[in-house]
Design a protein around this ligand. Structure first.
Ligand SMILES: C[S@@+](CC[C@H](N)C(=O)[O-])C[C@H]1O[C@@H](n2cnc3c(N)ncnc32)[C@H](O)[C@@H]1O
Length: 218
């Protein structure tokens, strides 16, 4: 992951609108139908924030945003209420004293070792406010997701640079539930997403065999 450049993040931008749609759906389940009002003045932490572009949308909606990434490919300047921090997430968490309403870990978990995952989930209760939420997307671990992410996305369609993924690190939703429960958190929802290579777009799906979203609650 050390040598990634800004091109690596382009395909991820195709996921931005479906993430927003997914979060809107979850927020409305809680009786708060307006995602725009929901994000106003909320403290958001985006771990593995990449360029910071996705997080910037929520800064524009009035959130107080912090993004952390090991690699400095940031596309935006820091300003009041929008800070991007070039750091390993573990170093950041050890030093951090803030609590957050919402944490984003989109396409992040599948790049962490088992120890790093354990570390992260242990920190969630410490850094989430009461009723705080973690929104994530990741890759399921099975033969189909390995075939689609490596053979199709990396090798055939060239959507992602080769060796972006190590399928051994993909996670089943049940593993996210176990990690959550172990740390006093609740896995609230899991929802699949599917990719249309012709339209270059993702949409919500009932099938969570490849990519999926999940929501965890404090
Ligand atoms: C697949 S990208 C996802 C970027 C962004 N979340 C998105 O979906 O557009 C994974 C990101 O996690 C970052 N990353 C991987 N390991 C990390 C670590 N230990 N600490 C902080 N960032 C890390 C990588 O540098 C990369 O930017």
């Amino acid at each position: 992951m050390e040598n990634i450049n800004s091109k690596y993040y382009k395909p991820l931008e195709q996921m931005m609108s479906v993430r927003h749609q997914y979060m809107g759906k979850i927020i409305s389940l809680d009786g708060r139908p307006n995602i725009y009002n929901f994000f106003k003045n909320r403290h958001i932490l985006d771990l593995g924030c990449g360029t910071g572009k996705f997080l910037h949308n929520y800064y524009e909606l009035g959130s107080i945003c912090s993004g952390v990434d090991l690699v400095k490919n940031f596309q935006f300047q820091n300003k009041k209420n929008y800070k991007l921090i070039n750091s390993n997430f573990q170093d950041f968490l050890r030093k951090n004293k803030k609590k957050f309403d919402v944490i984003f870990i989109f396409e992040f978990l599948e790049h962490l070792s088992l120890n790093e995952r354990e570390f992260l989930f242990k920190y969630f209760p410490k850094i989430l406010k009461t009723n705080g939420i973690v929104f994530l997307s990741t890759l399921n671990r099975n033969k189909i997701s390995t075939f689609m992410s490596i053979n199709i996305a990396e090798n055939l369609l060239n959507l992602l640079p080769k060796n972006t993924h190590d399928p051994k690190l993909f996670l089943k939703p049940s593993e996210i539930r176990t990690l959550s429960n172990k740390n006093g958190l609740e896995l609230l929802n899991v929802q699949g997403l599917s990719y249309n290579p012709l339209l270059k777009s993702f949409r919500l799906s009932e099938i969570d065999l490849i990519n999926y979203f999940a929501t965890i609650k404090n």
